[in-house]
Design a protein around this ligand. Structure first.
Ligand code: MF3
Ligand code: CO
Ligand code: CO
Length: 261
């Protein structure tokens, strides 16, 4: 199908995603209590410009910043501001870069100082959910294996899975087909992940209810409806004839099997 990339196009995606991962590793060195999310945003902008690349989020549908910084009950699309990160916060940093016209997209949830055991367990489950979904992928598989794997892992622990925001195909566009949902859905059964297709998996897992609220003031910030904690991790994946290739691995971040506890 038209979403399947050839060898040269796959190389372009590898390069974009590899740069984006290096940006994550750069920000990692700055994440600590007392830094503001605006400072992280400025660092991301500088690093991206210094390498000759383009921040994908800045100006995307009017989004005002380079990265998304989603703290505690903020599920996604939190806008950087002058608020300092505080001991006990959890914050998701989501970043996307355009490199030679191709998009790389990923996110991680970070601990600020010492966080509660409740937060650690939620982040652990969310990280494992992403990896369970990745390991369920096989060439030409149904996209529904993703939601089935995440449900099987997160629901028995009493967490809920956000339905209102999803993963997505990615390439020369930020968001394209296929839609990737993180819960089991009959409609996903006939979506096939063929070799050459690129997409993100980015589960958002909540401590309480799955429902979301959009901040009417800024039009971006998405929070849990009950104000309870939420976490997220995201990778960009290329399906190959040999199975999934993770295009956004970091050098210094948590690797598969990592324990946050
Ligand atoms: N990076 C987000 C994703 O995973 C999208 C952010 S859109 C923005 O799809 F406009 F808020 F930046
Ligand atoms: Co994404
Ligand atoms: Co993202």
């Amino acid at each position: 199908n038209s979403l399947q990339l050839n060898a040269e196009e796959r190389q372009m995606m590898r390069a974009a995603c590899s740069f984006n991962a290096s940006l994550m590793d750069e920000l990692r060195t700055h994440v600590r209590p007392g830094i503001t999310t605006n400072e992280l945003d400025r660092i991301a902008h500088e690093y991206t410009k210094d390498h000759g690349h383009t921040p994908a989020c800045l100006g995307y549908r009017g989004y005002p910043k380079v990265i998304c910084t989603s703290i505690n009950e903020v599920i996604c699309h939190g806008i950087p501001e002058d608020r300092e990160l505080l001991d006990g916060d959890i914050v998701n940093l989501d970043m996307t870069t355009i490199v030679d016209g191709w998009y790389g997209d990923q996110s991680e949830t970070f601990f600020i100082g010492e966080v509660s055991m409740e937060a650690k367990k939620l982040v652990q489950c969310t990280f494992e959910s992403l990896w369970k979904a990745i390991r369920a992928l096989t060439p030409g598989c149904s996209a529904n294996v993703i939601g089935r794997a995440i449900e099987a892992h997160a629901l028995p622990q009493g967490y809920s899975i956000v339905e209102d925001y999803q993963g997505h195909g990615i390439g020369r566009k930020f968001h394209q087909d296929p839609n990737i949902v993180h819960y089991a859905a009959p409609s996903q059964e006939r979506v096939l992940l063929q070799p050459g297709m690129c997409f993100t998996i980015e589960p958002m897992i909540n401590l309480g209810v799955k429902h979301t609220e959009l901040d009417p003031t800024d039009g971006w910030t998405v929070t849990t409806a009950d104000g309870k904690l939420t976490a997220q991790f995201e990778h960009t994946i290329l399906m190959t004839d040999d199975g999934p290739e993770i295009l956004t691995p970091t050098k210094n971040g948590p690797q598969e099997g990592h324990s946050f506890l």
